[in-house]
Design a protein around this ligand. Structure first.
Ligand code: AHM
Ligand code: MG
Length: 339
């Protein structure tokens, strides 16, 4: 079959044997995410009609309660995974604590946990701008047969066995990695099937784009300010162009296709940064590295950070390898000049 006509379902089956410990569980997790993504996609596409069929908190004409879309997406992804009895635990950016999942026979025999941000950038929905789902899969650390504990979730990103995102954009796509490169699948909404549209996605080593919320400039650390000046200086391939959607999945997806760097630094307003290590940065870092890019907290590799809490925030620099390396140089130089 021609590579570009392959469906996500076919791709999952063909690649199942690439896993060292393959028992089909991971494939079933990706399949469940595929299903939940289609359900959420349907709802996200109808979001503009909400004023017509009823606003959040009201009852719609069918007598159903309207829900906020991020709450809805959270429930869809969690219930899809729970109903299929394929994970032993779930942690979500929407929930304060992790969820322990047991089988219908009350067993705890599954070996994977899923961490996710079910609808990132949801404030963009009101203005018809793309949003995304981000997910990350780890093998549990605690013994199979026992309920999961916090340890199973507080693993460094290097332990991820799979990570991906769904982008609900002009097209809806699933982009994911299981540690063997990054592949992107585009939904054909007419028949509800994802097709392999972006095989083996790669970041160019350098790129033309820098993405950062420059409105926060005065609050940024000196290294970031100096790097922004560098991006804007006329020399060789610079100045870079500035593109910032304010929707993490969309900004990184665009940079992966066109080449670029995304930065959400610490600031005097957000001293630890804004983005969450477990739900946003680690999965994106895994994808970015698998696509030949680099992901850093400004000084070191994101995926080597040992998490201490579920909702931990970190500064995030990711994208084209040489650009992130250059930003790190600026960070280090500014840091050293303090002494
Ligand atoms: P959220 O998880 O509350 O949706 O926030 C995460 C979003 C990212 O998608 C985006 O990159 C960032 O927040 C934008 O933040 P800001 O508006 O401060 O630039
Ligand atoms: Mg988020």
């Amino acid at each position: 079959m021609e590579e570009r006509n392959k469906t996500l379902g076919e791709f999952i089956i063909e690649n199942q044997n690439a896993f060292q410990y393959s028992s089909g569980e991971l494939s079933r997790i990706i399949n469940s995410i595929r299903l939940a993504a289609k359900v959420v996609n349907y709802k996200v596409n109808k979001a503009g009609l909400v004023d017509i069929i009823g606003a959040a908190g009201e009852r719609n004409i069918q007598g159903e309660d309207q829900q906020k879309l991020d709450v809805y997406a959270n429930e869809v992804f969690i219930q899809t995974l729970i109903n299929r009895e394929i994970v032993c635990g779930i942690a979500s950016e929407e929930n304060d604590d992790f969820i322990t999942v047991e089988g219908s026979d009350k067993s705890h025999n599954n070996k994977y946990v899923v961490l996710m941000d079910p609808l990132d950038g949801s404030s963009n929905i009101d203005v018809n701008v793309s949003v995304g789902t981000i997910f990350s899969v780890y093998r549990r650390i605690t013994p199979i047969g026992t309920p999961v504990t916090i340890e199973d979730f507080l693993q460094p990103g290097i332990n991820q066995v799979a990570a991906g995102y769904v982008i609900y954009g002009t097209s809806t796509m699933i982009v994911y990695t299981t540690g063997h490169g990054v592949n992107g699948f585009t939904l054909n909404p007419a028949i509800g099937t994802f097709y392999l549209s972006h095989p083996n996605m790669q970041f160019s080593k350098d790129g033309p784009i820098y993405s950062i919320n420059e409105g926060n400039y005065v609050h940024f650390p000196q290294g970031v300010k100096n790097y922004i000046k560098y991006c804007q200086t006329e020399e060789e391939d610079r100045p870079y162009t500035s593109r910032y959607i304010g929707s993490l999945v969309s900004d990184i997806h665009r940079n992966m296709i066109k080449g670029g760097i995304y930065i959400y630094p610490t600031s005097s307003k957000a001293p630890k940064g804004k983005l969450r290590l477990l739900y946003e940065c680690n999965p994106m870092a895994f994808i970015v590295e698998q696509a030949g890019g680099k992901a850093s907290d400004g000084f070191g590799r994101i995926m080597e950070i040992i998490p201490t809490e579920l909702h931990q925030r970190v500064p995030f620099f990711c994208g084209s390898y040489n650009m992130v390396e250059k930003a790190e140089e600026f960070m280090l130089k500014a840091e050293l000049s303090k002494y």
